[in-house]
Design a protein around this ligand. Structure first.
Ligand SMILES: [Ca+2]
Length: 261
């Protein structure tokens, strides 16, 4: 494909070449013997009709570059009894990370959406296979680039790191992990765009890992019995106890850093 601007540039260049050709032709027809000009003309002829579509230096029009970048994404958890005392119990942990890189602003895991079956299974039992199949279907529709599954964490404090790749067409990252024990709560980064204002990839970015209620189980605290929510409620950021303080969950529970490799 060549852009309209590039096409106009090519037309202009062809017209210029044709003009040069005519000037030399007139000079040539006035001389009955071969001259340096007529020899040059012979060399010019093929260039007059050769397309410069494949010649990067032909035009000054710069077509958009499709760049790629790799990042290490580090989830740093600090879910501890001192900072989150309400109903705290031993054995907190996080399920294997799962997510994808995709077009910016894709709301797949975001508040306000209804959880898919894959999000429900991830948020309730930490399973990834249904979610991976759903993300694969999204990628086949052209909405995403790659799917990732990673490690979990067998405690409330510690890090999980994962490597991801983004492109200018798919510059955003969404990753999620079940917070356990819990009814249907998960920590996630949703559609974090790694393209900066100058349209190049940022060196580093840190965001809060928000805690979401998937809206698929009606339990109210960490160890509530299973109570399926039917129909599903919308995904929502958690604000209330035991994790929240009425307004939200302390940002210290999870921070997520993206470091360009
Ligand atoms: Ca459920």
């Amino acid at each position: 494909m060549i852009s309209r601007q590039a096409s106009e540039c090519l037309n202009l260049e062809y017209r210029l070449r044709f003009g040069i050709f005519i000037v030399h032709l007139k000079r040539l027809t006035l001389k009955p013997y071969p001259t340096k000009t007529s020899i040059k003309l012979l060399f010019l002829l093929p260039f007059l009709f050769v397309s410069c579509e494949d010649d990067e230096d032909c035009c000054t029009v710069v077509l958009p570059k499709r760049e790629q970048a790799a990042y290490t994404v580090t989830f740093s958890f600090n879910w501890n009894e001192k900072d989150f005392p309400t109903d705290y119990r031993a054995g907190p942990h996080f399920s294997p990370l799962v997510g994808w890189t995709h077009q910016k602003d894709n709301p797949f895991f975001d508040a306000g959406k209804t959880a898919t079956d894959g999000i429900e299974r991830m948020a309730e039992v930490g399973a990834t296979s249904t979610l991976v199949a759903e993300l694969d279907a999204q990628i086949k529709e052209g909405k995403g680039y790659k799917i990732y599954t990673g490690n979990g964490l067998s405690g409330g404090v510690g890090n999980i790191a994962i490597e991801v790749e983004v492109t200018t067409d798919f510059p955003a990252v969404s990753l999620a992990t079940m917070l356990a024990p819990s009814p249907d709560w998960y920590v996630a980064c949703v559609a974090v765009n790694l393209l900066g204002a100058d349209n190049s990839f940022v060196k580093e970015k840190t965001v809060v890992g928000h805690v979401y209620d998937a809206g698929t189980d009606s339990g109210t605290t960490f160890t509530s019995a299973n109570s399926d929510t039917n129909p599903k409620a919308a995904i929502a950021k958690i604000t209330q106890p035991p994790l929240g303080d009425g307004n939200g969950v302390k940002a210290s529970l999870c921070s997520i850093t993206f470091t360009k490799k």
